[in-house]
Every structure is written in C-alpha cells, then in structure tokens.
Design a protein around this ligand. Structure first.
Ligand code: KOT
Length: 831
C-alpha cells in the first residue's frame, strides 16, 4: 500500500501512462528509439542482432503493459489461482511467439522490412530459452501458453538456470557437450530486486515447550542462501491476459549469518560460501527420465520449492483470509515428483510458523496439491537417501516420518495384519541406506494424482501405484492426456499451412478452438486443395533440405520420403531399432538389381536428439547413426534411394522447422514405456503420418484420426512382461533380419565393431529389455506398407488432411480445461 501513488495524483499519472503501438509507423518509431537509446546504436551501426534487440524491446513494452494490467486485475479480483511448479520450462524463442500472440506480426514484418531487415533473420538471432530436457519441460511451456490464452489466473514457478540444457556438437561422430550460457542478452526477464527470500539448509532442530504446554520446533543454525525473483511475461493468444513465470536465482545471503564470517576476517571461506550459493541455480541437470540422486539437485529442489511457497503464502496472507480458505484460493500442481518437498514445506510453515494443529494443517495441504506423474520407468522414480535429507533438511525429515507414521496407522486400521502392505506403501524404503520414495509422498500429500495419457494413467493404477488405489479408492487417480499449443506448433512453425487452413475455415478461430479443424474434412478429396496442401509440405521439406545441406553437407532430395525421429536419445524410445531398420534397408538395396532399385521409394532418415552426458548406451546409439550415415551417404549404389542424417543440437527452435517437414515420423517406444509423447501430436498436426507402437498418446491419436491413417506395429503393453521373461530364460531367438544387421555391424561395415559391442550385447546376453528383436519383423513389414502408401500421392494427401482435421483433441487448451475443472476447480478471469 505504501508504494502506491496517492489517489489525488493518479489522474496526472494516468495522463502519461504507457500506451501500446498499434500501427506500422508507431512500431518503427519504437524500434528505432530502442536501437538508438536503449541499445546506444545508430543507423550506421546496426547489425541483425541489434535490429532483433530493437524489435524485441518494442514488443516487450507491449507485453509489459498487458502484464501490469493483468496482474493488477488478478490482485483486485483475488480469485483462486493455480501455481504450476516445474523444475523445467522449455520455452524456446519468445519474439515470434510474442508477435503472433499479440496478432501484430504482419505489421512488424512490414515495418522492419522498410527499415532494411528480413524478420526471419532477426527471429533467428534469438537464443532458445532451453531450461528443460524434453517433453516434460516443453509440456510446462505449452501449458503456460494455454493458461494465458484461456484467461486463467496462473503462475509458473521454476529455477533460473545460468546454463540451460547443453549444446550438442557432433565431433568425429560422437556427441560432445558444450555449456549453454544464454543470459548475456535476455530482454524477456525482469529481475525483482525487491523480491527475495532467505532459504536455509543444514542446521539442527531445537524442541521447546510453549507456555501452553505444547511442543514446538525451530530449525536453526543452518546456512542461508538468498532466492532472487526473475519474472518472465507469458502472453496469451488473442487476449490481453499476460501471466507471470517466476524463476528463482540463488545468491549469497546478505543476512546476519554471513557478516559474521566477513567480520571475523575469514574472507576466503566467505567467498567460497558465496560461490556455493550461486552454484544452486547454476545448471540444469541434463537427465531425461532418469534419477541420479545428487545432493546439489536436492538443494535445487528445496531452494525453488521453499522460495515459491514463501511467495505463495505471502500473497495469500495479504488477502487477510482464514487459513481454512487456503485451498479455495490456491491450487498447486506438482510437475512430476521434483517439487514434492512443497508438501512437506507447506506442512512445516503451517505447524512451525503459523502454529496450526497438525490435523488442520494436513487437511489444508492435502486439499491444495495435485501431482502429475510422467513416467513409470523405475530408474526415473525419485528416491532420496534418508541420511542426505537428514543432513540437509533435518526438520523436513521429521515431518516426513510423521506423515508416514499417520499414514501407515490409517492403513493399518483399514487393513489390519497386512504387514506386507505396510512395507510396500511406506514412504520409507527399508534399503541400506533407507530412501524416501518421493512419488508415494506426492500421492499421500495430494488431492489428485494424474497420468498424462489414457494408457499411462491406467498403467500407474495397475502397477506402480496399485496399492494406493486400494487405499484411497480409484477417484483420487485420474487422467489428463497431454496436448500441445497450436499457436507455436502450427501457426508459428507452419505459417503457410495455418494460412491455408484459415482460408478454408474462414479465419483463424481454430487456433483458439482446435476442434474447428474438423471443417477440413470436406476438402480432403478436393484435388486442388490436396495439391496446395502437398505444395506446402514440399516447401517445408525444401527448407529442411537446405538446412541439412548447409549444416552437414549432405544433399537430400526433397521429393524423397522424409522419415524423422527427433526426441531425447533413450533405449526405451528405441532409436537403435530405427537405425537397425535403416541398416536392413541398406542391405536390401545392396542386394537388388538396378531394375529393382528403380522401383524403390527414396528415403531420407533423419535423426536428432541429445543423450544424457553420462548415458553411455545412448551415446553409442548416436555413434552408430553417424557411422551408418557416413557409409550409406557415400555409397554410389544407393544414391538418392537412402540418405541418413543426424541433426546436431535438436532443440525447440529446430523442432519448429522439423515438424512441418516430415512425411513420416517415428514414435516407436517399447509398449508401456512412453507415458504420452507430445512430438507425435506436433507431427500429425503439421500434416505428417506416423509409424508407432501402441504406446502413450499414440493410442488416442489412432482413436481420433482412424487406424488406417497411422502405421501401428509391434507388441502390446500387456505382452511385455511375458516377452521379457522369455528372454531372461533364453527361450527366444533373435529375429533373422536383426541377426543379419548385427552380423554386418560385427563385420566392421560401419567401422570398428568394438565401438558397438554394448548395443549388440543389449540385444543378446543383455536380455533385450526393450524388445527390439520381438518387434523388429513387424517394424520392417510396416515400413514396407509405408513405402506402398507413399507411392499413391492422392491417397497419402487424403490421409494427412483427414488426420489434421481430427487433431482438435490434442490442443493443450483442452488439457488445461480438464485440469481446471477436474483438479484445480479454477475459473477463468473474464476479460
Ligand atoms: C523424469 C525425470 C527427470 C526429468 C524428466 C523426466 C520425465 C520426462 N519423465 N517423463 N517425461 C516425459 O514427460 C512428457 C510430458 O508428459 C511425456 O510426454 C513423455 O512421455 C515423458 O517421457
């Protein structure tokens, strides 16, 4: 209140309030002003980076105006808000998205060209904001776009990593990791030097008795680090709603604790402490779908969770409401188990700081949180060692024990004498050392638990969380199938296709209601429309071919079938099966006569994706892809019939030009392992067909678009256990085509076979855990069907158009609406 301008002066103030530019000249004036003043450059000294910066700053001003208004309106209305806690936000670039969401891109393109620049070149100057690993982080970014577009009062909370996901270079065929320092010029963030929170680690717990006889706990004597807020505006599409993403950065504390060291003259150790503080938000852990259990990662989690909760509680307390209102005003969504400590932290705040009774506090906590599970892979389920937590967060460990005790007591009462059940569902696993099962804590502390696609949500209920369905009943568990934002993944990535669709549907309303795409159905057989559609696909393929030529030197024919698999490299995603299939195709081509070859469909096999730096097998898969590409691309027998390309440093901005350029994309995980997948949705939305297993969202995509428009193959999730069992007991023989591929690798056709020993071993003595051999015949046969289908361009075009018309379900708007209704009980703010 003290910081606001006195009421009588506000009219003067409002007379000078910032305004948004609306037409070209006003935009140009803003750009030149920013280049000449904010950036201190001139028309004699303006390169593309300066011009990008000028445009970014001009649009940033517009965002800020809407953002301020939105935040004021939300504060005034004081409705329920949702807080999306995610360790990853894979935002990609901002400028293009900001221009499109504000529906000002055409004006800006025109305006900037009169100033001597091409907008594409400027957009290309921007560094990706790559604060995530893959699907989980990108989902968070799509959700932020939908929350703002649907006018929901929502905040994202994350960490402001100094280094995002590493940049991948391919050197001599191997992945090399290069640090991603992305902050030297970032116009999209605003440090809030007035918003800081002190966060404590280590120390001890002191128990004391209050005057009324109750025991209380103080956690004290630890090391203190400061969290500083950086805010990022999140504009909605075609609405002034601009939400806030708050990212915390760690700094040395300026509090009393550290002055002591300065004063006592221990300068060096004080500097070391400062560096240690900054280390917390220094780097994103580059692991997708794997838990490594490092202390610094636990520090990151607590630092971010504690700062966010402090902020959320502070905002709630300003409203002056009773604590019992908390769950009516606040919903907190946990993006996987990474923020699970928030459950413990809120309980701690309520009992230790706010003096609530345990039960009252616990009721509030368990009405506030929702937990989204993103994976069933055992190696990805977070477990923190008890000694580690004891040392870092002693009070939290006590509270976790207490939560577990009360939980086990209620289970015991309901299921007396089932000791094995108690052991199975205990938050504490009795291993050596003991570990905390974070997923169990998340379930017990949340109102709702959801999976991210139907099959996945069914699987968590029948496997990893089965006992909890028995205990809590089935209604606590629900499904929200993932979605992607059509603004970025259709309109921005594929402007020509978006324009063609808009022309047929009479406008761009489909970007706000994606089910309107079904209006395309009636054009699916129209020859002229098919030609326009396929011409756009061709020009997107040409753009990719040009990129491939420029970056790798490989010449690919844009008339060939472009077959793309881009995603994190992981054995469960089975890029190894794809490259084995490519080798098999290569061997088949080599055996053919010239006449036979002339009848084959030309193919370009495109791969891209990062391997976690410590994931040896994934790195070997990359090495095999690059080795095969070396051999195949230089074989004159093969020519344009087969090319193999590895795209370096796959990221969001590369996905934006890859998704529109596929004829076929691959989503071929072992059934039951890929929780959802989201690139499957992006590729189909851009008029590509997919080859895939019955896994994740592929199943629902099939249901929506029809099974004759998708190339499904392979075993089902329900078969997997038996198949693995058969491998373990040596009851299987390797698929003959796969045998041939392995023999060829071992002969040295693709270089020193020693390099690939691990891959072969995984298929043989390793027990073929991902069932490559079991699915291989079906995979190859299905690729033959793809070739046949591609030979009929009209029928192919019809399949693509019909598929796009049926993709309405996979917008992240629908997913967010489901969260709002079924999990958050959240209303949009009328604009
Ligand atoms: C797990 C641990 C650390 C980092 C990331 C994960 C992770 C990522 N777990 N699941 N995912 C992916 O999440 C996507 C969004 O829901 C899914 O589409 C995808 O299938 C998951 O693998």
């Amino acid at each position: 209140i003290e910081s606001s301008i006195p009421a009588p002066l506000r009219d003067t103030w409002k007379k000078f309030a910032a305004t948004e530019f609306k037409e070209k000249e006003a935009f140009q004036k803003e750009v030149v002003k920013h280049i000449e003043t904010t950036l201190a450059r001139s028309l004699y000294n303006c390169d593309e980076l300066a011009a990008y910066s000028g445009v970014a700053l001009a649009f940033r001003d517009r965002l800020i105006i809407d953002w301020n208004k939105t935040q004021q309106a939300h504060t005034l209305l004081d409705q329920k808000r949702v807080y999306y806690l995610s360790l990853e936000f894979l935002m990609g670039r901002t400028l293009d998205n900001a221009m499109l969401n504000q529906q000002m891109k055409d004006t800006a393109v025109d305006g900037i060209s009169e100033l001597g620049f091409r907008m594409e070149d400027l957009i290309d100057q921007e560094h990706d904001a790559a604060l995530g690993n893959g699907g989980l982080g990108r989902l968070a970014a799509c959700f932020l776009d939908s929350l703002a577009s649907l006018n929901f009062p929502a905040w994202g909370y994350g960490l402001r990593y100094r280094y995002g996901i590493f940049k991948q270079e391919i050197i001599d065929g191997y992945q090399v990791e290069v640090p991603d320092y992305w902050l030297d010029f970032n116009p999209w963030e605003f440090p809030r030097h007035d918003i800081t929170v002190d966060i404590m680690f280590y120390g001890h717990v002191r128990k004391y008795t209050e005057e009324d006889g109750r025991t209380s706990h103080v956690w004290e004597g630890g090391e203190v680090v400061q969290a500083l807020a950086y805010d990022v505006p999140i504009p909605g599409y075609g609405t002034p709603t601009t939400n806030n993403l708050r990212l915390w950065s760690s700094k040395p504390s300026t509090g009393e604790f550290d002055f002591q060291k300065f004063n006592s003259g221990d300068y060096e150790s004080s500097v070391r402490d400062q560096q240690r503080a900054e280390t917390i938000s220094a780097v994103l852990y580059p692991n997708d779908n794997i838990d490594v259990g490092k202390e610094l990662r636990l520090k990151q989690q607590y630092f971010w969770v504690a700062a966010s909760l402090y902020d959320i509680v502070r905002r709630f307390k300003k409203s002056g409401r009773a604590w019992s209102d908390f769950p009516e005003q606040v919903a907190i969504q946990l993006n996987d188990t990474h923020p699970t400590l928030a459950i413990v932290e809120l309980q701690r705040i309520l009992i230790d700081k706010e003096q609530l009774d345990w039960d009252d506090a616990w009721n509030i906590v368990t009405q506030t949180f929702g937990y989204t599970n993103h994976t069933v892979l055992p190696e990805a389920l977070e477990k923190w060692s008890v000694p580690l937590v004891q040392n870092l967060l002693p009070r939290h460990l006590q509270i976790i024990y207490e939560i577990n005790l009360y939980f086990l007591q209620t289970v015991e009462r309901r299921f007396p004498k089932d000791r094995d059940l108690l052991r199975r569902v205990s938050i504490i696993e009795e291993s050596n050392p003991q570990v905390i099962r974070m997923a169990y804590l998340a379930i017990i502390g949340s109102k709702k638990v959801n999976g991210v696609a139907e099959l996945h949500s069914d699987l968590i209920k029948s496997t990893i969380f089965k006992d909890f369905v028995t205990i809590f009943g089935p209604d606590k568990f629900t499904n929200v199938t993932n979605g992607v934002t059509p603004r970025r993944w259709l309109h921005q990535a594929n402007p020509k296709l978006s324009a063609l669709i808009a022309e047929k549907l009479g406008g761009y309303q489909f970007l706000k209601d994606l089910t309107l795409l079904n209006g395309l159905e009636k054009w699916a057989d129209d020859k002229d429309f098919q030609r326009e559609w396929m011409d756009i696909k061709y020009s997107n393929k040409q753009r990719l071919a040009k990129y491939i030529k420029e970056t790798t030197g490989i010449a690919v024919n844009p008339h060939a079938l472009f077959d793309i698999q881009v995603k994190r490299i992981h054995e469960y995603k089975r890029q190894q099966m794809n490259i084995f299939g490519v080798i098999s195709r290569y061997l088949a081509l080599k055996k053919m006569t010239k006449a036979e070859r002339a009848k084959q469909v030309q193919r370009v096999s495109i791969f891209g994706g990062k391997a976690a730096p410590g994931y040896w097998m994934a790195k070997t898969i990359i090495r095999l892809i690059t080795a095969v590409s070396e051999v195949v691309n230089n074989d004159i027998d093969v020519g344009d019939l087969l090319k193999v390309v590895f795209i370096e440093d796959y990221n969001v901005s590369k996905a934006e030009f890859l998704c529109p350029a596929s004829d076929l994309s691959e989503h071929i995980s072992t059934a039951g392992t890929e929780a959802s997948g989201t690139s499957n949705m992006k590729f189909v939305l851009n008029g590509g067909l997919i080859i895939g297993t019955c896994d994740g969202a592929n199943i629902e995509i099939t249901r929506e678009i029809g099974e004759d428009r998708i190339f499904l193959f392979g075993h089902l999730a329900e078969d997997v256990e038996d198949l693995r069992h058969a491998h373990r007991y040596g009851k299987t023989e390797m698929d003959p085509a796969l045998r041939e591929v392995c023999d060829e690798i071992q002969k040295g056709t693709f270089g020193d076979p020693g390099i690939f020993g691990g891959l072969i071993h995984a298929l043989t003595d390793g027990g073929d855990y991902y069932l490559v051999s079991d699915d291989f015949a079906s995979y190859l046969a299905t690729h033959k069907l793809v070739d046949e289908a591609f030979k009929d361009p009209q029928s192919w075009a019809n399949k693509c158009i019909m598929s796009v018309s049926a993709m309405g379900f996979f917008t992240s708007d629908r997913a967010i609406q489901e969260y709002a209704e079924n999990i958050w009980n959240l209303e949009p703010v009328p604009m």
